[in-house]
Design a protein around this ligand. Sequence first.
Ligand code: ADP
Ligand code: GLC
Length: 534
Amino acid sequence: MSLNVLLVASEALPLAKSGGLGDMVSAYAAALRDAGVDVSILMPAYPAALEQAVDVTYVARMTGLPGGDAKLLRAQMPDTGVTVLLLQMDHLFAREGLYRDPQGRDYLDNLTRFASLAAAATRIARGVRNVKRPDIVHAHDWHAGLTPLYMRLAGVAAKSVFTIHNLAFQGNHPLAMGAWIGVPPELLAPALSDERSIEFYGSLSMMKAGIVHADRVTTVSQRYAREILTPHFGHGMEGVLQAHAGKLSGIVNGIDALTWNPATDEHIARPYSVDDTAGKQACKRELQQAFGLTRDPFAPLVAIGSRLTEQKLADVVVHALPVLLERHPRLQFAILGQGERGLEQALQELAAAWPGRVGVQIGYDEQRAHMLHAGADVLLHGSRFEPCGLTQLYAMRYGTIPVASRVGGLADTIVDYAPDHGGANEDSATGFLFEGESRDDVLHAVDRALAAFVRPSSWHALQRNAMSRDSGWEASTSHYLALYADLVEARPALRDAPRTRKTPLRQRAASTGTRRLHAEDTFNTGVAEMARSA
Ligand code: ADP
Ligand code: GLC
């Protein structure tokens, strides 16, 4: 019998996406399926998800979730056919934004919304008619962070894995709301008094719930797994992570190599491949036209394509651009992104000040993201921290050379070209990495790239290396499978585990000496009661 894995997430491309999380969940699910795993995704039934999912059928009704009653639906992903379970609670999920209203304010009931998702995952792990019980429940980011906690409270046999995609977003809420979502009081006590508490500097933290209660914690690159143990990258969570470092590991993301393939990409002007890059010139022409840039086949064309936020160093890049434009008379920038209003505005002002040399499009546009990676020569990807980063992987596949901060997944996936300093040369380099967060750090890094750009043989070597890099999911999937196997093998008589929740939890608590959780008797029926009485 094949391993059954339930991925729990708030996003999965193309049904919902706000960033790389959506790409990762869908591409990883397809990779698991291809590896013979019986995998499903559980996510909210946002209106756009319901519209795009294929063969939607009713599975079950779930009553008494923290946010009320729900319908569980089953469907297939439109592109890969992977099974997706959609949690329909229109009063919570039928909204314009995933997490925020159109004014950019977080929805006030995000805790209830995503506690409902976690509680639904736990019900499925306990057993819902017509849904296979998972062996592994793999929860992603703070939105699904309560899943491991609820699973522990319910005493389910399935094992839990929690993946951190971005520690900067933690899902922190007033502690007093804990009772509303069925968290027992001792798990809301100051963390010093109980190491299983999900209290975090006076708040309830969904991210911490995932970290503390999952059987294993992963993050999306090895370097980020080390970085988050330090105050500089830990966003205050470093102490919690240090305490759980024994179950933490880093597994780098792959990409969907079918969608992001210059040889078959329907969004770009002309296909090309590592053996024949002629088509890239046509893509460059098209990009220059689409972004209002001067048609100049020899101009170095730098792309920026990301959320426009301080995480992505956009505040620094804005100040570096005018200097670079002065310094390099033919240099061009094509910028696609959205984010902080002030940064969007600053970039638009730059485009007005440098007509034909800076093209800016504010907004989210999947097709243009493909055009950007295909048509540019360089991708500028600054980051103060970067758990993995997918954009640099897409760019490399399209022969667009990344210039990126030496942090997290960027450092793990890009080989810095530094032949003059004893570093990698044309044989293996795939891009440029820089330390620091200042304007001069960015200037220096772009200068290095432009110096290589004017040496065609070096540049083509970098392009060849970048395009040949294996960014597929195979290797990473096998790491996850090994991790799942460890967990499943560690669990006695997996398939024969008793279906009732009380006995196994008590037995386990007694045999391991861990203190039994107070809420085990109240969970599920209890969540509903607490929700009503709070
Ligand atoms: P993060 O999740 O931190 O934003 P990633 O690099 O992991 O960073 O993922 C970003 C994803 O979002 C990529 O698929 C990238 O192409 C996409 N993306 C970001 N901004 C835009 C945009 N304005 N238009 C289209 N796609 C975008
Ligand atoms: C997060 C991170 C990004 C990562 C993505 C997918 O959004 O910011 O670095 O690539 O998740 O794991």
